[in-house]
Design a protein around this ligand. Structure first.
Ligand code: ASP
Length: 334
């Protein structure tokens, strides 16, 4: 019999590892419950051994609101080390809280220098609760990470049987198990109840080995903040941020790229203060487009990235260049 593919799990915490006080607890477990280790999570799904030779380690044991740039770098280092190790690991699964799962996934999508599958999964209901999605999501993620078809597609997410691209996926609902969506573009495929891994589409934008972003050995990342606009927003928050001199900022406006006048005026002051400013939108789908005026003002537009993902691409762009046109091209490319 052929040897089973080897899959390595990196645990970070989140609901997928949470044990609450009783079976009807869906909210208190992060504060009053316990957290399972990766080993304990694997003991609850002995079926995983039929799919792959599975190993694992606990990199972190936190809720994902506590995961940010420092932890992204830590995970990227760990992934590179695992893939570089003598053992032929075919794929990696990261267990992660759902709150910031899409951000960690997109950061890794742009920075992991390997074609091998990296799959993030989480759960909307802890494994201790009735109707939990935790164990099936983990099993499906292992199946996906072991599948040859998953290679070369960038970082993927797997929850609710759905395979999605890290670039497009976002959490759309605070409580439902079908919370992850890829907006206009839809899912890439399924890991379905007949245990098949099926892809129906591919990502077209470059990722992983196809980007110039190499964070190996980095200890930190440029600081980029986001300011959200609303009817009647003025420039107070943008000016306050400019005074703190971030490395860059993302300004979130309306539709295809309109902003309250005083808010945008403050954005112009930031550009004049030599702070790169990316214009994004609070609309769920679609692009922010440039105009001759925005170009002349020196703004960069985010194309169709959601603000939290535009921030990540901007942080990485700044590791390579500070040239406005070069950064703008990256927003059309990645
Ligand atoms: N609070 C949790 C987190 O770590 C939520 C979850 O995992 O779904 O993001």
């Amino acid at each position: 019999m052929a040897a089973k593919p080897r899959v390595h799990i990196l645990g970070t915490g989140g609901s997928i590892s949470g044990i609450g006080p009783h079976r009807l607890d869906y909210t208190l477990y992060p504060d009053v419950g316990k957290k399972l280790t990766v080993q304990q999570m694997l003991e609850r799904i002995p079926e995983a051994r039929e799919l792959a030779e599975v190993s694992g380690e606990d990199v972190l044991q936190v809720g994902s609101p506590s995961i940010g740039p420092k932890e992204w770098l830590q995970l990227a280092d760990r992934i590179h080390a695992v893939f570089a190790s003598a053992d032929a690991v075919k794929g990696i699964v990261i267990t992660h809280g759902t709150a910031t799962l899409e951000e960690t996934a997109y950061f890794l999508h742009l920075t992991v220098k390997s074609d091998r599958p990296v799959v993030l999964t989480g759960a909307m209901r802890p494994p201790s609760a009735l109707g939990s999605d935790a164990e099936l999501n983990l099993l499906d993620a292992i199946r996906l990470a072991a599948a040859p078809e998953a290679a070369g597609r960038g970082v993927l997410t797997l929850l609710n049987n759905e395979i999605q691209s890290a670039r497009d996926v976002t959490k759309s609902n605070a409580f439902r198990v079908d919370t992850f969506e890829s907006r206009d573009f839809g899912v890439l495929g399924y890991v379905d109840s007949d245990a098949r891994v099926l892809f129906y589409r591919s990502v077209t934008r470059p990722h992983t080995t196809g980007t110039p972003f190499d964070v190996r050995g980095r200890k930190d990342l440029p600081r980029v903040d986001i300011v959200y606009s609303y009817a009647g927003a003025d420039g107070v928050l943008v000016d306050a941020l400019t005074a703190r001199r971030p490395d860059a900022m993302v300004l979130v406006g309306f539709g295809g790229g309109s902003y309250p006048g005083a808010f945008l005026e403050a954005g112009r002051r930031a550009v004049q203060a030599n702070i790169p400013v990316v214009l994004a939108t609070r609309s769920w789908n679609g692009r922010v487009v440039s105009t001759p005026r925005k170009d002349a003002d020196g703004f960069i537009v985010c194309d169709d990235l959601m603000p939290q993902k535009a921030r990540i691409l901007l942080m990485l762009a700044l590791t390579v260049t500070r040239e406005r046109q070069a950064i703008q091209e990256m927003f059309y490319k990645y």
